[in-house]
Write a protein that binds this ligand. Structure first.
Ligand SMILES: [Zn+2]
Length: 304
């Protein structure tokens, strides 16, 4: 019997682990499994090892789908896919770069595989089952070491003409700012990611301190932490205010380690309202609900 609502397999490929989930037709999680990501940075065999590990994990999970039921497959990756060539680009897991990962998996499995950037998967999961459930147009942001974004409209990812929809983290806001790996300077990512703020603190003080410790110092009123954290809040407000002016989403949802900083939802929100092009911005800025599970759940939902 082929049911209208399929089972769904989601794969979240990260730098350290690969996770799989199997969702029942109603969305309930039936099975999760994970394994370490094969690592051989920049070595010629890294791609093949990752591809084969993902392939094996999908096959293992497919074996759990009841006979006669259809099943979709979606894979979230730490990178983007070139809309023309279908090859991976801008990936943190550099072994993927330049490879037609999606086509290779489809060939090995003999069935369609959907593939998206992990920030898109995060956004879709939070829009469908998490903090932004019930909102039509959702902008999701993963603020961690870097800063990735995604757009969900009516429970579907908006990828855009060049498959760069949501790549707001590489919007250059400061021509005199720090160089970004994308080739530009002063990208949003260099300003408001955990890595970006830590670098700003290092440049000011010569000391290395992660963002959580800078936030703690801000709360204690320490001068250097006050200055760097104030700048961070201001950059957050300007970058997000501009984004809201361009897209006017129904909700923004934040994920990643930086999303755990409480001041973003109070002092940061006040800055967003100051910079957005409307005197009374009411866009909710929400903290994620699905935690580390958002990537794998979102990957399950992209399957077609
Ligand atoms: Zn950039």
């Amino acid at each position: 019997m082929i049911t209208k609502h399929p089972y769904r397999i989601g794969i979240d490929l990260g730098g350290t682990k690969i996770e799989a989930i199997l969702l029942a037709p109603g969305g309930d999680s039936l099975l999760r499994q994970r394994r370490a990501t094969p690592r051989n940075p920049d070595g010629p065999t890294e791609y093949a090892a990752i591809r084969d590990a993902v392939h094996a994990l999908i096959r293992n999970t497919l074996a759990q789908v009841p006979t006669g039921h259809c099943c979709t497959i979606g894979v979230g990756i730490p990178g983007t896919i070139n809309a023309q060539s279908g090859r991976v680009q801008n990936a943190n897991t550099t072994g993927l770069i330049g490879h037609p990962f999606q086509q290779d998996l489809e060939r090995l499995l003999g069935r369609p595989v959907a593939m998206e950037n992990d920030a898109n998967c995060f956004t879709l999961a939070e829009a469908r089952q998490g903090a932004a459930r019930g909102f039509h147009l959702v902008f999701g942001i993963i603020m961690g070491t870097g800063c990735g974004g995604g757009i969900s409209i009516g429970g579907q990812i908006h990828t855009g003409r060049h498959r760069i929809g949501g790549e707001w983290g590489h919007f250059s806001v400061d021509p005199a700012g720090a160089p970004c790996y994308c080739g530009n300077r002063g990208c949003v990512e260099t300003k408001i990611s955990g890595g970006g703020v830590a670098r700003a603190f290092f440049e000011r003080t010569g000391r290395r301190l992660p963002l959580e410790r800078i936030a703690a110092g801000f709360r204690r009123g320490e001068a250097d932490c006050l200055a760097v954290f104030e700048q961070f809040l201001d950059d957050f407000g300007r970058c997000l205010g501009g984004l809201i002016s361009a897209l006017d989403p129904d909700a923004v949802v934040l994920g990643g380690g930086v999303a755990n900083i409480d001041e973003l939802y109070t002092l940061g929100l006040a800055r967003v309202r100051r910079y957005a092009f409307h005197e009374c911005i009411q866009t909710p800025i929400l903290k994620h609900q699905l935690g580390d599970s958002a990537g794998v759940i979102g990957a399950a939902w992209i399957g077609k």
